[in-house]
Design a protein around this ligand. Structure first.
Ligand code: UN1
Length: 507
């Protein structure tokens, strides 16, 4: 077994995950490869439908005891989980790098996001506030409060293999919900490491019900089994639009709830007054960082025509200096794409962009000075018309489309003219432009930034977006409400029975 996994406590895999029977070299159905060099990291047998059902049943059995555990005590568990992640931050970051190819700083940042959401959830465990509402009837108390919901299904993508689970799991846990996690089949090792850490904390905290944190490993059919179960009142899913649509249809068919965080096709408007130095830095991090594989990656740049040439040249010049290669190497800023399929998708998008009149700078595979077997690419900048169909599509790779505008209204129209609505930004020193972009008539996204790129959100805000992005909100703010059920309660403490709306009904 890989040494770092041993340090994280990934030992008795059979005990911590359904479908995670470690098959070092054995012919199982799910092979995991490192995007760094294509090296085999292990093989798994995906969970069977019966295993998924058994795990969900275990979560359901754990629910009453966890529901009845005081929320601050649930918070204490999450506080300890946060400490375990603090202690193992470097180890877990190493697994993130190995399994999904993030550079060290970003892998560490992702684990930091887990720690931050744990802290947030601990505070939240004493702040699951309801409301008292003025009743129209005398001697009546009208109130609203929140109860745990039940087992929560969490489906996550490869690109944030630990943080997005933590957003859902830590909030869900303090809300009193057991968690059943189906990670991306491309990142089961990260999930096993997280589950091992959580399990070790659970084992040391007396009276914590077994079965509040669970893992099922497999492909789409495992996610579908989770989505189909009537014992899972909420399924929170992060990933592609087709995945989200399939999950939503299954969950919707049984009238369950979903929380969806799907594709982003994020845009940034660069106005004439923008600080170009700041612009270049925020654009390059947002467009080329994480090799273009964040939901929040910048994909569309809408630049005022007066500065478009200069900005274009500056980006090309920084792209030319970017160190691309083994994410474990000091100084590397852009690691590999996740796999060959991602590389092919990038190539096809660039072919389509050329056919649609785009002029492409960069792109293409890097083979010199990088590990063999990995898919390393040069980030691409594509100058293109806002009418080109390709800009409607999210390609999970570092392709940045550049379009020009004359009037801010046109920029906003171009910006909003795509089916997705996750993250957006405007770079300007003109407060009127900034406020217009943030207003109801401006960006139609869930995240709207000024002089900050589209990616790299903090956990304290609600995270998610509109339109095909799915409408869900997770992480901070009051996103916790999605993980609980709301009760509206009227208590009459008089001897009379006045009816609402003044209705008379004397019997
Ligand atoms: C994602 O890509 O699914 O805002 C999550 C960001 C990160 C989270 C991205 N904090 O870029």
């Amino acid at each position: 077994m890989i040494e770092v996994l041993r340090r994280l406590g990934v030992g008795e895999l059979r005990a911590i995950a359904a479908g995670a029977e470690w098959q070092a070299g054995g012919g199982a159905s799910l092979a995991v490869r490192s995007p760094i060099d294509g090296a085999a990291l292990g093989e798994f047998r995906a969970a069977s439908a019966a295993q998924v059902e058994a795990v969900i049943w275990g979560a359901e059995c754990a629910f009453p005891a966890w529901r009845d555990t005081p929320a601050p005590v649930r918070g204490e568990l999450v506080r300890r989980i946060g400490n375990a992640f603090r202690e193992h931050q470097a180890d877990l970051a190493e697994v993130v790098t190995l399994e999904v190819g993030k550079i060290a700083a970003e892998a560490r940042g992702e684990v930091q996001e887990v720690i931050d959401i744990c802290d947030f959830a601990v505070g939240l465990s004493r702040q699951l506030y309801g409301k008292t509402i003025a009743s129209e009837r005398p001697a009546h108390r009208l109130a609203e409060y929140w109860h745990p919901l039940g087992p929560i299904g969490v489906i996550t993508a490869f690109n944030f293999p630990v943080a997005v689970w933590a957003w859902n799991a830590m909030i869900g846990l303090v809300c009193g919900d057991p968690i059943v996690w189906k990670p991306s089949e491309k990142a089961p090792l990260c999930a096993l490491a997280c589950q091992a850490l959580v399990q070790s904390v659970i084992n040391e905290m007396p009276r914590t019900p077994a079965g509040i944190s669970n893992l099922v490993i497999g492909r789409a059919d495992v996610g579908q089994a989770l989505a189909a179960s009537p014992l899972v009142p909420l399924v929170s899913a992060t990933g592609s639009v087709p995945m989200g649509r399939a999950v939503a249809q299954t969950v919707g068919g049984r009238l369950g709830r979903t929380l969806l965080e799907l594709g982003g096709n994020n845009g940034m408007v660069v106005a004439p007054s923008a600080d170009l130095e700041l612009a270049v830095r925020s654009i390059v991090f947002a467009a080329a960082g994480t090799c273009g594989q964040r939901c929040t990656t910048l994909r569309r740049l809408i630049v005022h025509e007066s500065i478009a040439d200069e900005l274009h040249n500056r980006i090309i010049s920084v792209y030319g200096r970017l160190v691309i290669g083994d994410p474990r190497r000091e100084g590397v800023l852009v690691g590999p794409l996740i796999d060959e399929r991602a590389y092919n998708a990038m190539e096809s998008a660039l072919v389509a962009a050329r056919e649609q009149g785009g002029s492409v700078h960069g792109g293409g595979r890097v083979t010199d000075g990088v590990p063999k077997g990995g898919y390393y690419v040069r980030p691409a900048l594509v100058e293109i018309s806002p009418e080109a169909p390709i800009i409607q599509q999210e390609t999970f790779a570092p392709i940045l489309y550049l379009m020009r505008y004359q009037e801010l209204d046109d920029a906003v129209r171009i910006h909003n003219g795509v089916p997705q609505g996750l993250s957006s930004a405007i770079l300007t020193r003109d407060v009127r432009e900034a406020e217009r972009f943030c207003s109801a008539a401006g960006s139609d996204c869930g995240i709207v930034n000024v002089n900050v790129g589209t990616s790299g959100a903090e956990i304290g805000g609600a995270f998610g977006g509109e339109k095909e992005t799915g409408g869900g909100r997770e992480s901070g703010s009051d996103s916790w409400k999605a993980y609980m059920r709301r009760v509206t309660s009227t208590v009459n403490y008089s001897d009379a029975l006045p009816l609402a709306q003044g209705i008379k009904f004397d019997v």
